[in-house]
Structures are given as structure tokens and as C-alpha cells.
Design a protein around this ligand. Structure first.
Ligand SMILES: Cc1cc2nc3c(=O)[nH]c(=O)nc-3n(C[C@H](O)[C@H](O)[C@H](O)COP(=O)(O)O)c2cc1C
Length: 167
């Protein structure tokens, strides 16, 4: 496993396909060192409050939510197509019920209180700067509410601290 740090201005990402089609893992560590991860296909990268950020959305019933709430840091990790089954597993099984990271044959590591994976192609490490529940009263399109059963996502906006890519 060997990663190189990438300057954010030279980051090359097809954000719509990288997140929407290839998916990513959202991960966080609790203060006791335990970690969890889940697959996500909604989120993005951008600039806010003069900071480079990523944002992601975690429903309150996810086991991962306990971790993203407790931790100051969240990571998003991207994988090659050969890990599609691992991402499917992490998107259908809960860390509450099994050790899905081991079942996925993924190798997590701690990086400054954040979570990386040896198998990832790219890891974006972030520090939470905003966390809040989506407000359904602010939905301006009729086709949003159908995605929910009163389980509105918590939105996390994270300042990007570091980006690593596989060498
Ligand atoms: C392709 C895909 C995308 C997903 N995107 C999200 C998402 O953006 N937000 C979310 O809360 N759950 C999303 N999920 C569902 C979680 O990954 C899934 O419920 C997972 O089992 C939660 O695991 P946990 O209980 O260990 O946190 C997605 C699942 C898949 C398969």
C-alpha cells in the first residue's frame, strides 16, 4: 500500500460518475477507535466559506450515523471497479449486525483520527464544519419527499484536509 498526497488544485475527478455511478464509502471513527463505513452515491465536492469541501448525506438510522456524529472527521473513499461487490456489501449490510469491513476484504487504517482503506484509489479526508438535518419544509420540488419516511438525512459539510491517491 502506497499513497501519494495530491494537491487539491490538481485533483482530477469526474464527480458525477465517481460519486453517482462508481459510489464511495463514507467512514468515520469513534473516540474509542472503532470505525464504520457505508456506501453512498449522493454527495459532492465544492467550495464554501472560502474552503474546499465535500458534502455527504447520512440517514439517522444508519450505524455509520453514530460514527459521523461522534467524530470530528469523516472520509470519503473511492475504489476501482473490482471492489464493486465490496461496496455493494457495505451498502446493504449494517455494521451493527456484522463485521462488514472484514467480509468485504477491505483493510482500514487510522489516519489522524480519520479512516482510510489500503485498497482505495483515492481517499479524501475531511473535518466536519457543518452538520444538520435536512428540513423537509425547504423542499421545493415535489419529487423529493418520496425518498423519505421521516428519515431525513444529516448533511455533513467537511473541509478537505488531505487527499491521497494510490501510487
Ligand atoms: C449505491 C448505494 C448508495 C447509497 N447511498 C446512501 C447515501 O447517500 N446515504 C445513506 O444514508 N445511505 C446510503 N446508502 C445505504 C447505506 O449504504 C446502507 O443502508 C448501509 O447498509 C448502512 O450501513 P451501516 O448501518 O453500517 O451504516 C446507499 C446504498 C447503496 C447500495
Amino acid at each position: 500500500m502506497s499513497f501519494k498526497q495530491v494537491n487539491i488544485e490538481s485533483l482530477s475527478t469526474e464527480v458525477f460518475s465517481d460519486i453517482g455511478k462508481k459510489w464511495m464509502l463514507i467512514s468515520a471513527a469513534k473516540k474509542d477507535g472503532s470505525i464504520n463505513t457505508m456506501t453512498a452515491s449522493w454527495g459532492g465536492l465544492g467550495v464554501l466559506w472560502n474552503k474546499n469541501v465535500f458534502f455527504c448525506f447520512v440517514r439517522p438510522q444508519r450505524f455509520t450515523h453514530e460514527f459521523t456524529e461522534e467524530s470530528d472527521r469523516i472520509s470519503i473513499s473511492f475504489f476501482g471497479e473490482e471492489y464493486r461487490d465490496a461496496l455493494k456489501l457495505c451498502g446493504t449490510k449494517s455494521g451493527r449486525d456484522c463485521d462488514k469491513i472484514a467480509l468485504s476484504n477491505l483493510t482500514p487504517f487510522n489516519n489522524n483520527g480519520n479512516v482510510g482503506f489500503a485498497e482505495a484509489e483515492r481517499i479524501i479526508y475531511g473535518k466536519k464544519i457543518y452538520a444538520g438535518k435536512l428540513n423537509p419544509e425547504a423542499f421545493l420540488s415535489d419529487d423529493i419527499e418520496k425518498h423519505y419516511n421521516n428519515d431525513y438525512h444529516t448533511v455533513y459539510i467537511c473541509e478537505i484536509e488531505k487527499i491521497e491517491e494510490k501510487e
